[in-house]
Design a protein around this ligand. Structure first.
Ligand SMILES: Nc1nc2c(c(=O)[nH]1)N[C@H]1C(S)=C(S)[C@@H](COP(=O)(O)OP(=O)(O)OC[C@H]3O[C@@H](n4cnc5c(=O)[nH]c(N)nc54)[C@H](O)[C@@H]3O)O[C@H]1N2
Ligand SMILES: Nc1nc2c(c(=O)[nH]1)N[C@H]1C(S)=C(S)[C@@H](COP(=O)(O)OP(=O)(O)OC[C@H]3O[C@@H](n4cnc5c(=O)[nH]c(N)nc54)[C@H](O)[C@@H]3O)O[C@H]1N2
Ligand code: SF4
Ligand SMILES: [Mo]
Length: 746
């Protein structure tokens, strides 16, 4: 590709300059610590090279100088006394004890190389699993390490892969692509870009973008567009900031989004207010969809979702009338067991109204690298692929990405069928505190491994419980890097400004380890050469891009008309029928229902009424907050002060009924387990029957040998491994519970 492929508007300031007594360096805040977004930062270092201040970069076209509190607090995070600063090992017999021994990098690498190779020789490379967290930045490097080692088992411990991947895989299966809200993020001149149109209405569905900034979408863009007149419809069981400001808020019972979407489809189809031309020319299976949605009249849907009927009808009409309309959806869609049909129904709303591949509608992200596919897939020996865990059970695992099924992984570790797992590589994951649906199962399953290495910034419950070797990783201020992946992609440079202890970047660590396992797969001398390799589609080298602002790939609209959506160059979409499949030939072949449907969340008031009598509150978990990224940041004093304890949000009326008070510590419990939590009385819950609580709690100040009290505070004690029929989706946001008082001394 020519360099002219990549488009930039260069910065006025150089990438590094002096300001008073400080050196200021431009960068991107793409993990660690965890975050999806990688906002533009200016990092201030003093004459000793210490990071003392972080500010937003006003010249960054994506974020224009805006930052969250977690980035503003980077100096405290980077320089924190609890950082892991050198490699450590622990004797196998001491696993779980706080008995670590400092070792050199070379000795640590020697141990990892020896142990993993011994497992590979005896049981096969598939017996070593490579487990990631949401460390979006680290994924390409860990997948490459996994596949070049020869293991097909790159994955995580999140039941049903219930974060983003259900939406990605579902869209890939039914349309051949993934789709994101077009808010001009692909253009360096943003809202002024000629040819871009502002969405007339945006549906914010199961997502809280101002806090989460998830999957490459900066939440403030919603506000920017509201100021320009864009309308919003928010679908959320809580009155979030955006819900309070929305033109229409649909307060939904958790886990019933599929029913809502099917009810809206019913209105749009029966009132014939869909885009007939788009449906005729580009969609497949409309008549079957029309028949299916007859099962979901608005009054029935109102009873299921707890949303007033007139609001459902109004939302449907608003969507159909808007040209264009767009969708910003989130995790709540993935975190219900039947996430695939829920995503299918929601997507169909925007498909039959013709909001596809048009300015201000939904567009496929321009990708510098096929991020969700991982990096280095060609390195996996072909005979290893069929061993990927879950592949024989879930055909959808072939769609869009190359990971194992977390649920089958845990089961395999417990049973040894079809083969035993003996080693694990953890990088950016805190499985016992955060990802695992059942922390005790995760602990027991991995504790069977002969050897575990973990790469992290801080000591965690998972490392304390399970690791034999721990490697200290660098934050974004301590390394060079690029930001390419995740949603709409831009090439952007991360610059190292400081050094903490012996920490190394994940890229450096994986390059050094990779060379030991498979040197041909890691031909580079330093990470910057790998960055240039990944930046190839832009035409820029890493060093060249450093001088520029972010680089963007050009995007075109209506590619389905010009043959640019299909591999064979024909008009249409990359599916078996060449159309958007409202009735999916892929699901049909995979013995799944080809049409979207709603299934009552299980357990729940509709599916298990008797159990619901015992646990009479509908529970949603893990709504994001300002202070924390998942299990991270609990050590950071300023952030902890904003949100000192795990909380469950309860409606004041319900509290009065329970005889409980704001701020009180209680047990939250269901049929699977219980956790300790503190009550926050708040009317933002739209129905007193619903409660919403934090996830990923542990206490760095707690007893290390009780794994920092993780088993006492982790809400996932109440969860189970239980994916949907497709293997995707699980119930993290749709469960039931009861609250009761602590006994004395608890
Ligand atoms: N009940 C409930 N549970 C949930 C959720 C929910 O909504 N409800 N959400 C789920 C979702 S969507 C996700 S994605 C998972 C996330 O689960 P995890 O990815 O496990 O979460 P984190 O705590 O962000 O990160 C894990 C570790 O990565 C380390 N880390 C951060 N940055 C870096 C880095 O650059 N390099 C290295 N090597 N380490 C780093 C952190 O210190 C931390 O210990 O949790 C899930 N768990
Ligand atoms: N500060 C911060 N930011 C983060 C993270 C973090 O831990 N902290 N984690 C990152 C990760 S890995 C992810 S996946 C994203 C997730 O980011 P989001 O997609 O925003 O997910 P949540 O904040 O978990 O939930 C969004 C909203 O869904 C609502 N909700 C709950 N249950 C339901 C339901 O059944 N239906 C509907 N329609 N709404 C429901 C909640 O009330 C909440 O307001 O955030 C990312 N960004
Ligand atoms: S979204 Fe917030 S925490 Fe994440 S990189 Fe941007 S400013 Fe930092
Ligand atoms: Mo996530």
């Amino acid at each position: 590709m020519e360099k002219s492929e990549g488009i930039t508007i260069p910065h006025e300031k150089p990438w590094r300059y002096e300001e008073g007594e400080y050196t200021v360096t431009r960068g991107s805040a793409w993990s660690g610590p965890g975050c999806h977004l990688g906002c533009g930062v200016l990092m201030y270092t003093d004459k000793d090279g210490k990071l003392v201040k972080v500010e937003g970069d006003p010249e960054n076209p994506m974020t224009e100088g805006r930052l969250c509190v977690r980035c503003l607090d980077m100096p405290e995070i980077v320089n924190h006394k609890d950082r892991l600063t050198y490699p450590m090992k622990r004797a196998r017999a001491d696993r779980g004890k706080n008995k670590w021994e400092r070792v050199s990098w070379d000795e640590a690498y020697d141990i990892v190389e020896r142990e993993f190779n011994a497992i590979k020789d005896e049981y096969g490379a598939e017996s070593v699993v490579f487990i990631h967290g949401t460390g979006r930045d680290i994924a390409p490097w860990q997948s490459r390490l996994c596949w070049s080692f020869g293991s097909p088992n790159y994955g995580n411990v999140l039941s049903g892969n219930a974060c983003y991947l259900p939406r990605v895989a579902g869209m890939a299966a039914t349309t051949g692509s993934f789709w994101i809200a077009d808010v001009a993020q692909h253009f360096p001149d943003r809202f002024d870009h000629e040819g871009w149109t502002m969405p007339e209405v945006m549906f914010v569905w199961g997502n809280n973008p101002l806090i989460a900034n998830s999957d490459g979408f900066f939440g403030h863009w919603v506000i920017d567009l509201m100021k320009r007149g864009m309308k919003t419809v928010v679908i959320d069981p809580r009155v979030t900031f955006l819900a309070a400001k929305a033109n229409l808020h649909l307060p939904i019972r958790p886990g019933t989004d599929a029913a809502l979407a099917l009810g809206m489809l019913n209105v749009i189809i029966n009132e014939e207010i869909y885009d007939k031309e788009f449906v005729d020319c580009w969609c497949y299976g409309f008549d079957e969809l029309k028949e299916r949605v007859q099962e979901y009249p608005a009054d029935r849907v109102a009873a299921i979702t707890w949303i007033p009927e007139d609001k459902i009808v109004r939302a449907a009409r608003m969507l159909a009338a808007a040209k264009p309309a767009t969708l910003q959806w989130g995790l709540a869609i993935d975190m219900t067991r039947e996430a695939i049909p829920a995503g299918q129904a929601i997507a169909a709303l925007f498909q039959i109204t013709g909001n596809i591949d048009c300015p201000g509608g939904l567009v496929p992200p321009a990708e510098i690298m096929a991020y969700s596919g991982g990096w280095g897939r060609d390195l996996l020996p072909p005979e290893q692929e069929p061993k990927r865990l879950g592949l024989d059970r879930y055909r959808l695992l072939q769609m869009g990405f190359k990971q194992s099924s977390p649920d089958v992984l845990i089961e395999t570790m417990e049973t040894g069928v079809p083969y035993e797992i003996h080693g694990a590589h953890f990088q950016t994951t805190n499985g016992i505190a955060c990802m695992g649906a059942d922390p005790h199962r995760v602990y027991n399953a991995f504790n069977k491994c002969d050897f575990i290495v973990s790469v992290d910034l801080f000591m965690t419950p998972t490392i304390m419980a399970l690791a034999d070797v721990v490697l200290p990783a660098a934050t974004f201020a301590e390394r060079n890097g690029i930001r390419v992946g995740d949603g709409p992609q831009r090439g952007e440079v991360i610059n190292k400004v400081t050094q903490i202890g012996e920490c190394k970047s994940d890229m450096q660590i994986n390059l050094e380890l990779g060379k030991r396992f498979n040197p041909e797969a890691w031909p580079w001398e330093k990470p910057e050469e790998m960055f240039t390799e990944l930046l190839k589609p832009t035409g820029y080298s890493w060093e060249e891009l450093r001088e520029e602002a972010p680089v963007y790939l050009p995007v075109e609209y209506y590619k389905y008309k010009t043959g640019k959506m299909r591999n064979d160059g024909q008009p249409g979409f990359q599916t078996a029928t060449g159309r958007i499949e409202l009735w999916s030939t892929f699901y049909n072949a995979a013995e799944l229902d080809p049409l979207p449907y709603f299934e009552e969340p299980d357990p729940g008031p509709g599916s298990t009424p008797e159990l619901f009598e015992q646990y009479p509150l509908v529970l949603t978990t893990g709504a994001r907050n300002w202070s924390y990224f998942h299990s991270e940041h609990r050590q950071i004093e300023r952030l902890r002060r904003m949100h000192p304890d795990p909380i469950v949000q309860v409606h004041p009326d319900k509290l009065a009924e329970l005889g409980m008070e704001d701020g009180e510590w209680v047990w939250i419990e269901n049929q699977n387990g219980r956790a300790k939590i503190r009550i926050e009385s708040t009317p933002i819950l739209t129905d007193p029957r619903i409660v919403a609580c934090d996830h990923a709690w542990w206490r760095p100040e707690g007893d290390p040998e009780k794994f920092f009290d993780v088993f006492e505070y982790n809400i996932n004690n109440l969860m189970v491994y239980s994916p949907g029929k497709s293997g995707f989706g699980s119930n993290y946001k749709t469960s039931i519970c009861r609250l009761y008082k602590l006994e004395d001394g608890e």
